[in-house]
Design a protein around this ligand. Structure first.
Ligand code: SAM
Ligand code: SF4
Length: 327
C-alpha cells in the first residue's frame, strides 16, 4: 500500500500515454501546439504495461488513461487489452476528447472499460470549434451520445472559461437532462503551455454554482466519495447529475489519493508542483522493477500537503501544458 508523508493513501494513478493531440483546445495549449516529445522519449506500449503492473503491485487499484489524446496512439487497445486482465487493478478509466473513440466503443465495452470522461466545453458548435480550434463537433457529440446510450458511465468535463463558454453552462445542462450522465464544470487552471497566465479566476466553483442555482430552484446536494474532487448535485427532473471541480481553488487536497505519470515518465505528485523525478531511464535500465518501486516510495514520501504549497516551487508563470501532464 502506498501512503504519503501526510498519511494519505495513494491508490489512483493517472497515466498519460502520449502528449500528442488532434485538437488544440485554447486553455490547454497554444494554436501551434507545444514542443511535443520525440518518439523515443515516450513510453512504448510494453513499457506502459510494465509500469502499470509495477504500480498495481505497489497498491494502485485505479488507473485513468489520459494524454494528450489517448486514442491518437494507434496501439492503445493493445495496452488496454493487457491492463483489463491485470490482477489487482479494479478500475480502468479513460479521459478523451471523443473524436477518435468511435471504432473502439464495442471492444471497450467487452473489456469492461466503461468509465469514460469526455471533454466537451460547449454545446454550441461554433463555440466548441473556436475553443478546440478544429471542426470535430459532430463526431464528438455523436460519440458522446453513443457512449451514454450504450450504458457507459460517462462524465462530461466542461472547463468554465471566462468570456468563452459561460453562456453554454445552462444549455448543456438542458441538453443533457434526459441522459444518465454527469456534467462536471471545472475551474480553469493555468496549464496552457504558457499562452496565458492568471492568479485569480472569475468563474470559481462558487460562482458557477450561483449561476446554475439562479436558473434552477430544485437542486439537491449529493453525497460524494471521500476522495472525490467534485462536489455533486442533482437537479430534480434531470436524469443525470452535475458536479463542480474546484481545480483552481484546490479545496480537495486533504483527501488527494492520486499520482500522475506523464507520457515521458515524469512523476507528478501534485498538478501545481514540479515533477519529482523521471522514470523513463529507470524503466529502461537494469533492476527496473526494484528501482521504480524505490523511486515511487521516495516521491510519495515527499509530497506537498496542498496545491498551494506545491506551487511555491514555481515561479509565478506556469509554462507547462495539460497535454503533457494529462489533466
Ligand atoms: N485529450 C483528452 C481530453 O481532452 O479529455 C485527455 C487529456 S486532457 C489534458 C485531460 C483533461 O484536462 C481534460 O478534461 C481537459 O479538459 C483538462 N484540461 C486541459 N487543460 C486544462 C486547464 N488549463 N484547466 C483545467 N483543465 C484542463
Ligand atoms: Fe487535446 Fe485534451 Fe488538451 Fe484539448 S484538452 S488540446 S483534447 S489534450
Amino acid at each position: 500500500m502506498l501512503i504519503d508523508n501526510h498519511n494519505r493513501k495513494i491508490n489512483y494513478l493517472r497515466l498519460a500515454v502520449t502528449d500528442r493531440c488532434n485538437l488544440r483546445c485554447n486553455y490547454c495549449m497554444p494554436a501551434e501546439g507545444i514542443n511535443f516529445a520525440k518518439n523515443d522519449k515516450l513510453f512504448t506500449i510494453d513499457e506502459l504495461y510494465t509500469l502499470s503492473k509495477i504500480m498495481v503491485e505497489q497498491g494502485i487499484d485505479k488507473i485513468r488513461i489520459t494524454g494528450g489524446e489517448p486514442f491518437v496512439r494507434k496501439d492503445l487497445m493493445v495496452l488496454l487489452r493487457k491492463m483489463a486482465v491485470l490482477d489487482g487493478l479494479k478500475d480502468i478509466s479513460i479521459t478523451t476528447n471523443a473524436t477518435l473513440i468511435g471504432p473502439y466503443i464495442d471492444e471497450l465495452k467487452e473489456l469492461g472499460i466503461t468509465n469514460i470522461n469526455v471533454s466537451m466545453d460547449a454545446i454550441n458548435k461554433e463555440t466548441f470549434d473556436t475553443i478546440t480550434r478544429r471542426k470535430e463537433y459532430e463526431t464528438v457529440y455523436q460519440n458522446l451520445i453513443r457512449l451514454i446510450s450504450e450504458g457507459f458511465n460517462v462524465r462530461i468535463n466542461f472547463i468554465v472559461l471566462d468570456g468563452q463558454n459561460t453562456q453554454d453552462i445552462l444549455p448543456i445542462l438542458e441538453a443533457m437532462k434526459k441522459y444518465d450522465v454527469s456534467v462536471r464544470f471545472l475551474e480553469e487552471m493555468p496549464f496552457n503551455g504558457g499562452s496565458k497566465n492568471f492568479d485569480t479566476i472569475k468563474w470559481d466553483y462558487k460562482n458557477i454554482f450561483k449561476h446554475i442555482a439562479g436558473a434552477y430552484s430544485n437542486i439537491e446536494k449529493l453525497e460524494s466519495p471521500r476522495t472525490s474532487t467534485s462536489i455533486n448535485y442533482k437537479i430534480r427532473g434531470h436524469k443525470g447529475t452535475f458536479g463542480l471541480i474546484p481545480s483552481f481553488s484546490r479545496t480537495f487536497c486533504g483527501t488527494c489519493n492520486r499520482l500522475r505519470i506523464s507520457a515521458t515518465g515524469d512523476v507528478i505528485t501534485c498538478l501545481y508542483g514540479k515533477p519529482s523525478m523521471n522514470l523513463r531511464e529507470v524503466l529502461r535500465n537494469e533492476n527496473a522493477e526494484e528501482n521504480i518501486k524505490l523511486h515511487i516510495l521516495k516521491a510519495i514520501g515527499s509530497r506537498a500537503k496542498t496545491g498551494f504549497e506545491a506551487q511555491k516551487n514555481h515561479s509565478s508563470v506556469f509554462d507547462s501544458s495539460m497535454t503533457s501532464i494529462g489533466g
